[in-house]
Design a protein around this ligand. Structure first.
Ligand SMILES: [Zn+2]
Length: 212
């Protein structure tokens, strides 16, 4: 609905008459040395890869999807995730077939924003159907507060014990990678990895669209 009433503009830079301009597409292109390993404050136990800084067109597109319902930007963001997954396969960090697990979102937040954007991006990233499938294996309990404005330690306390496995662990076959839109302190990713590993899943990496 929102798309119909908003004037047509690039979700990255606001340029008129296009939904996603070439300049912004270039900002999201995955280069040969990307994604980069980043070191969030909360220790992860597996390497964390980010496709870029949470800035510019990347930031604008993520915000547009999450806060303004710009579903048309799921595809370009999903394509960036796909590029990142390909690199991790090429480098041997992960081996096929992959199970891609979206980081959990608080349910009411996802509802308010028109569906869980990370899952939709993951589905777009794996839509070619080869080597990877998406399993929504994690959920967050309803007690979790919005993490905006919380420090790293407070975020870690906020999510501790709040990430739960959803569905049978048998679905988590092969190499598992956790994907998220933004990694900040890494608290949610770390708790997600811990829950997956405790359940016996072979999770080897975290891949984020952006690091802040
Ligand atoms: Zn643009």
């Amino acid at each position: 609905m929102l798309d119909l009433v908003l004037p047509l503009e690039c979700g990255g830079c606001g340029a008129p008459s296009t939904r996603w301009c070439d300049a912004c597409a270039r900002q999201l292109a995955v280069r040969a040395d990307e994604p980069h390993v980043v070191t969030p404050r909360v220790h992860q136990g597996v390497p964390v890869f980010s496709l870029g800084r949470y800035a510019g067109a990347r930031r604008a597109a993520i915000v547009a999807v999450k806060e303004h319902g710009r579903a048309d930007l799921i595809d370009p963001l999903g394509a960036a995730l796909r590029g990142g997954l390909r690199q991790l396969l090429t480098w041997g960090v992960l081996g096929p077939p992959l199970t891609v697990v979206p980081a959990p979102t608080r349910r009411y937040a996802a509802r308010r924003r028109g569906g869980d954007p990370v899952t939709r991006m993951a589905l777009a990233a794996t839509s070619d159907g080869r080597d990877a499938r998406v399993v929504q294996a994690l959920r967050m309990t309803t007690m979790v507060r919005d993490s905006v404005g919380l420090s790293g330690a407070a975020r870690q306390r906020n999510v501790a014990g709040r990430v739960r496995l959803r569905g049978p662990v048998q679905r988590l076959t092969g190499d598992v990678v956790l994907v998220d839109d933004i990694v900040t302190t890494g608290a949610t990713a770390a708790e997600s990895v811990r829950v997956l590993q405790t359940s016996g899943a072979r999770v080897f990496a975290v891949l984020a669209l952006a690091n802040a």
